[in-house]
Design a protein around this ligand. Structure first.
Ligand code: NDP
Ligand code: MG
Length: 390
């Protein structure tokens, strides 16, 4: 079988299913090795059968029996638990691993794929935010290739002349501004999870949708860009561009600015990452600039979107600050989705968590995991006081 072996971590999510949609259309090109998920067991089993995967894994040990029952008689191997997800990422027959788990939960399996020198299509930005230095060191050690899937970073990757880095002045990350781009600060206090996840341009998982609404997503992407492209914080700009047509830009010392454009559909950056360095066809709407007619731009509002400032400060501070920022944000977003705190409390919890903890740089993955856990506990403790202060 000369097909390109592919493992999808987070196969049931928004990125995971978009990835499998491309695989479905290219059955002679890709062969699915392992698929992993957390709670959507029936969707996982269905995908494992459709793509004739070697292995299906749920990260939740309590769901092992359900997965086993759903795959009875299929001949597909079944496993459960976080360690089994790491083992799935290690399977050598997958040349490429799509890292599409949400949150720091994806760190260990993504690192396992990096450590064996795989091509890693990286959607899971949180693992780069919480352990960027260790991840990039592991990439350098193993010779793994990191292929950015996040649309902005994929855009930059396409126009970033790495061989002539000295010619690069800065990176310009574009941001849609999310559903509350025009919402007054006092109205943002009362927005609901339903309003926050209704993104104007992109259809995505709940967590990243809330991050887009708070613009923490752009903050995480700032840190992600710093690690992927070895650019200092001072040379990464953020520009609001509501149409999401220009996915990001690289500015050169001679005044040239190179951009990648396209309709907002994640199957374009996913296809780029899967086929790299070649190109593959993607079934996405073609960009018709004549029809769009107008592209607009504005500066981000740091008062209504304090998450941008917090992320920039965390990156400037370095050490463990981005790990703390990410962990506190994951806790706060889950609390907001569970209606335990308000929308503006998300940034307040992150800010307060950062103020409480010592951001000493984690020297190993175990230290990252320890700091991540400590930040989660602190953020959980702070949820109550944030609500009490209202
Ligand atoms: P989804 O919530 O749609 O999917 C997340 C996936 O991760 C699901 O397969 C889910 O399993 C699995 N998962 C959830 N929790 C765990 C856990 N604790 N351990 C292991 N697996 C888990 O998210 P998205 O697809 O939207 O996003 C995935 C990643 O890609 C995120 O890091 C996001 O920031 C990034 N990204 C997403 C974009 C998008 O357009 N969606 C754009 C750019 C980046 P299950 O559903 O079975 O519970
Ligand atoms: Mg993005």
């Amino acid at each position: 079988d000369g097909r390109h072996g592919l493992t999808v971590l987070g196969a049931t999510g928004s990125i995971g299913t978009s990835t499998l949609d491309l695989v479905r259309r290219n059955p002679d090109t890709f062969k699915v090795v392992a698929l992993t998920a957390h709670s959507r067991i029936l969707e996982l089993a269905e995908a494992a059968r459709e793509f004739n995967a070697e292995l299906a894994v749920t990260s939740d040990p309590a769901r092992y029996q359900d997965l086993k029952a759903a795959l009875e008689g299929s001949g597909i191997e079944v496993a459960a638990g976080p360690e089994a997800v790491v083992e799935a990422a290690r399977r050598p027959s997958a040349r490429t691993v799509m890292a599409a788990i949400v949150g720091a939960a994806g760190l260990a399996p993504t690192l396992a794929a990096v450590a064996r020198g795989a091509r890693v299509a990286l959607a899971n930005k949180e693992c780069l935010v919480c352990a960027g230095d260790l991840m990039t060191a592991a990439v350098a050690d193993s010779g793994a290739v990191l292929l950015p899937v996040d649309s902005e970073h994929n855009a930059i990757f396409q126009v970033f002349d790495d061989e002539r880095r000295e010619g690069i002045e800065k990176i310009i990350l574009t941001a849609s501004g999310g559903p509350f781009r025009r919402t007054a600060l006092e109205d943002m206090r009362a927005v609901t999870p339903e309003q926050a996840v209704a993104h104007p341009n992109w259809s995505m998982g709940a967590k990243i949708s809330v991050d887009s609404a708070s613009m923490m997503n752009k903050g995480l992407e700032l840190i992600e860009a710093h690690h992927l492209f070895a650019m200092p914080e001072s040379r990464i700009d953020i520009l609001v561009h509501p149409q999401s047509v220009i996915h990001s830009m690289v500015a050169y010392v001679d005044g040239s600015v190179l951009a990648q454009l396209g309709c907002p559909d994640m199957r374009t950056p996913i296809a780029y990452a899967l086929a790299w360095p070649a190109r593959m066809k993607a079934p996405v709407e073609r960009l018709d600039l004549g029809k769009i007619a107008t592209l607009s731009f504005e500066a981000p509002d740091l008062v209504r979107f304090p998450a941008l400032r917090l992320a920039r400060e965390a990156l400037r501070q370095g050490g463990g600050a981005p790990t703390i920022l990410n962990a506190a944000n994951e806790v706060a977003v889950a609390a907001f989705l569970g209606r335990r705190i308000g929308f503006l409390d998300i940034a307040a919890v992150v800010d307060a968590t950062l103020a409480r903890l010592d951001p000493k740089a984690p020297a190993s993955i175990d230290e990252v995991i320890g700091l991540d856990a400590a930040a989660r506990r602190t953020a959980e403790d702070l949820l109550g006081s944030v609500v009490a202060a209202q």
